[in-house]
Design a protein around this ligand. Structure first.
Ligand code: ZN
Length: 441
């Protein structure tokens, strides 16, 4: 292969001649001057070759990084020709120029797009010597295009599934009715997760039954019937949809959601005690029960430092309610640790008794809820599933949100989740053709 031909191929472009190559090792800048091949310039109306050259239009287009040169500038002379048959002049098409982003080649757009599958637009813009706003638009455009090609893998293991909601944003209620109407309303996104693959299969806006149904539509009827266990939060709309859509699945409430519930109950106790301590001007208790200390209180003891443990013991001695609350949390976790349903039931009975004695309102409420969903919790214990992937994914999504400093457009957040944590990326969708040309409808 001759040298010029090789460079043209590396750039992912076609039908051009290299006229000049200029490099600067100080700024790591590579500049290549190209001219369109006359023999490849056709009238867009009749498809025949142009009869005469009207002018060579000079354009500056960014190409993909080459070797050590991060910034590749293509000076392109594009032909504007005259067609005798049509009696018109027009510009010859160059397929490798991106139709939506004419300042870059398709190859550059695809390299940038693949980077943005894993990192921020900001970082990509810095690495590729361009601006972040263009990169953001490119990413959005590319995700929409890829969504059309998205099909879930055929060998997808859907024996176990999980549905989980993540907080998307909180909006202010502009039309409040009544004095006690809520000022803010949180918006959620429902993710359908395959714990086996550690991926989000589908997602939708909202946390109601309709949202989950929208996710489940992405699976085939056969796949829906092959679901054996379905892990969800204690959330009736989800549970009823699963019962109708996945008829062979056992609904199970997994540990992650139960831990959330028990922590919530404990937090209510903490807040009540905090208020009491404040009224009684009990500085030590007040300080220990401050919101930011919550994690010390609910953390398992082995994770605490010696000093934290000492303070905690002091608090336990002085505050009976907190002490009982912590015992109840710990005891509940121990019950969940049980390997068999029989031993879990035994532990749960003892836990109910403790709660009844404690008379702590939040825990009494929790016990009622647990009793109602006991069968589903036992299904979790039987399945022996861990919630590590669900928690890991949730963390990843939260980080994603923070990296973007929050999202305003729900659609783009949905797509971004699928791109980073699902199958909406070039690992699963073949986008190799996009290096060379992009067909616009
Ligand atoms: Zn023509």
């Amino acid at each position: 292969m001759d040298f010029h031909k090789a460079i043209i191929e590396f750039l992912g472009i076609q039908d051009v001649q290299i006229e000049e190559i200029w490099t600067c090792t100080k700024s790591m800048h590579l500049k290549i001057t190209l001219r369109q091949n006359r023999s490849e310039c056709f009238c867009s109306k009749c498809g025949l070759q142009f009869d005469a050259v009207k002018e060579w239009v000079k354009k500056s287009i960014q190409g993909p990084p080459m070797g050590i040169f991060g910034k590749v500038e293509i000076i392109f002379f594009q032909l504007r020709g005259y067609c005798v048959d049509c009696n018109r002049s027009g510009i010859a098409k160059a397929d490798w120029i991106h139709p939506e982003f004419p300042s870059m080649t398709c190859g550059f757009a695809e390299v940038a797009g693949r980077l943005m599958e894993e990192t921020t637009c900001e970082a990509t813009a810095r690495l590729l010597w361009t601006d972040s706003m263009t990169m953001w638009r490119l990413d959005q455009w590319r995700m929409v295009l890829m969504e059309k090609r998205l099909v879930l893998p055929e060998n997808l293991n859907v024996q176990n599934l999980a549905a989980d909601e993540v907080h998307f944003t909180t909006i202010e209620n502009k039309k409040r009715v009544g004095l006690f109407a809520k000022r803010h309303q949180p918006l959620f996104i429902t993710n359908l997760v395959s714990p086996k693959h550690g991926k989000v299969l589908a997602n939708a806006i909202g946390r109601d039954g309709a949202a989950l149904e929208e996710c489940l539509i992405k699976l085939t009827p056969k796949q829906l019937m092959s679901v054996r266990t379905f892990a969800v939060d204690i959330h009736e709309p989800f549970i009823s949809i699963i019962r109708t859509e996945c008829r062979n699945a056992a609904v199970c409430i997994d540990r992650f959601h139960l831990a959330q519930k028990v922590n919530e109950a404990f937090d209510k106790v903490r807040r009540a005690e905090f208020k009491k301590a404040r009224e009684q001007k009990d500085d030590f208790t007040e300080g220990m029960l401050e919101p930011h200390r919550r994690f010390i209180l609910v953390a398992r003891e082995s994770n605490l430092s010696r000093k934290e443990k000492r303070l905690l013991d002091k608090l336990r001695d002085t505050n009976k309610e907190i002490h009982t609350g912590m015992l109840l949390v710990e005891y509940f976790h121990r019950a969940l640790d049980k390997a068999t349903v029989v031993s879990f039931r035994k532990a749960l009975t003892a836990w109910y008794l403790l709660i009844r004695e404690s008379k702590l309102e939040p825990f009494l409420k929790l016990a009622k809820l647990i009793r109602k969903y006991r069968a589903e919790i036992e299904a979790y214990i039987k399945s022996g599933l861990t919630t590590a992937t669900a928690e890991g994914l949730n963390n990843k999504i939260k980080t994603l949100k923070r990296m973007a400093y929050g999202y305003t457009n729900p659609k783009s957040f949905l797509r971004k989740i699928l791109q980073r944590c699902g199958f909406l990326n070039s690992r699963h969708i073949n986008t190799n053709d996009l290096f060379f040309t992009v067909k616009t409808p």
